[in-house]
Design a protein around this ligand. Structure first.
Ligand code: NAD
Length: 392
């Protein structure tokens, strides 16, 4: 009987792994691909939709354009993985049997138990989230005046928060809208993992874009119209976006797999505590020695290729490959501008040169576009990537 491999999720990890599996398995094994959307979202560019929803089709790629006709796609929300019965459970009550499963469900917003946060904030983890932020910013601006502007507060100044602030500023400028933007960070400086140089460059660009920055004081509570802090006085808001971090999917809470906050522990081969389940991307905590692989698109994209190959190897009983994450650097947008940091000039082909600490201007803006365009081209075609170029 033919084996069935089920891939859960259509993010970078899932989409990449499906294509790799199709190449590796060559029709010998049935591939079933499950996702709650029938498209792949280029998530690291989703903030662009806050400024302009009309670009959404440029950063969403229908699964039909990604998979081969032989792969079966099921649109459904995964609610559990029953490793004993080897079945995937869906919200509509349906189940899918598997011989091997690859968990690539991504992450969800973390609220850390902060009172009122989940109830009152908007998030940025899907296309619908980005559209909702756009709608709420637009509506708040329509009700506002120059003397009483719409207050948009963004909580958490990691990449999601910084890039969202940049897009709200672009929306404000494009529509000459009365909007005040405040970016809030618990730690001493925005983009805490960055070097002083990067943090300074990001701060300069955000301030030049008219974003107020409040650091060194965590949000401790959210109410229907205000954000409260540990030390500072509360601030009122009309729109509150929470980008304070990510955690594992609730859908994996009941799966009997070793995990950390619903992110599944995986070896550098992507094997988990169950021999028939592999895990990659933000869904997994992938052993890389001292520190696990980061929950980034870059890591998921890299991992997908090896994970697809390893699943094929596991089915054939061949030895598995180990994966080593290579950090090629980060490019961060502030509206149409960008800052690049720790970019590997060898693009991951071994660190032939020292990484470039920081640069901005046209090289950084172009690099940001090239990265997203390359991903779209890898999944589909350069023609599709070319059409998306101006939105990236
Ligand atoms: P993050 O965890 O990187 O940043 C969250 C920020 O919120 C942190 O700086 C944290 O200190 C702050 N924070 C936490 N609790 C707070 C509180 N109570 N009050 C105020 N601030 C608080 O989250 P993210 O930006 O969503 O990114 C998640 C992952 O995705 C990261 O690994 C990131 O690199 C990656 N990512 C990449 C891109 C890209 O374009 N390459 C875009 C978005 C996200």
């Amino acid at each position: 009987m033919t084996d069935t491999v089920v891939v859960l999720g259509a993010g970078y990890a899932g989409a990449g792994a499906v294509q790799q599996l199709e190449d590796e398995l060559n029709g010998s094994t049935e591939i079933v691909w499950v996702s709650d959307t029938d498209y792949h979202l280029v998530l690291h560019e989703s903030h662009r939709v806050i400024r302009d929803p009309s670009i959404q089709h440029k950063i969403t790629i229908p699964v039909e354009e990604i998979k081969s006709p032989a792969t079966t796609f099921v649109e459904g929300e995964v609610t559990n993985l029953d490793v004993d019965d080897r079945e995937v459970e869906l919200a509509d009550g349906d189940t899918i049997d598997y011989d091997y499963a690859l968990v690539a469900l991504g992450s969800q917003t973390a609220y850390y138990g902060i009172p009122g946060l989940e109830e009152h904030s908007l998030t940025l983890k899907s296309l619908d989230d980005a559209l909702e932020i756009h709608e709420q910013v637009k509506a708040a601006a329509q009700d506002a005046t120059r003397s009483d502007p719409a207050e948009v507060v963004i909580g958490g100044a990691g990449l999601s928060g910084i890039q969202s602030a940049g897009e709200v500023a672009e929306f404000r400028d494009k529509h000459n809208a009365p909007i005040e933007i405040t970016l809030v960070e618990a730690l001493e400086e925005i983009f805490p993992p960055g070097s002083d140089e990067i943090q300074r460059a990001l701060r300069e660009k955000l301030e030049a874009a008219g974003v107020n920055i409040l650091t060194d004081d965590p949000i401790t509570e959210a109410t229907a119209d205000a954000i409260e802090f540990d030390e500072r006085d509360a601030i009122d808001y009309d729109v509150f976006v929470w980008t304070g971090g990510v955690t594992g999917r609730d859908a994996m809470a009941g799966a009997e797999l070793d995990n950390e906050h619903n992110r599944i522990n995986a070896a550098s081969t992507f094997e988990t505590s169950d021999e028939r389940v592999f895990a990659i991307g933000d869904s997994a905590v992938i052993d890389q020695g001292e520190n696990p692989a980061p929950p980034t698109a870059q890591a998921a994209w890299q991992a997908a290729e090896v994970a697809g190959e390893n699943l094929a190897r596991a089915i054939d009983g061949r030895p598995l490959k180990t994966w080593a994450h290579k950090d090629k650097g980060t490019v961060i947008s502030i509206g149409d501008e960008a800052v690049a940091c720790d970019v590997d000039p060898g693009f991951g082909a071994g660190r032939l040169f020292e990484p470039i600490g920081s640069f901005g201007g046209l090289p950084a803006e172009t690099l940001k576009k090239v990265i997203a365009a390359r991903w779209i081209a890898d999944l589909t075609s350069w023609n599709r990537a070319r059409k998306a170029w101006d939105a990236l």
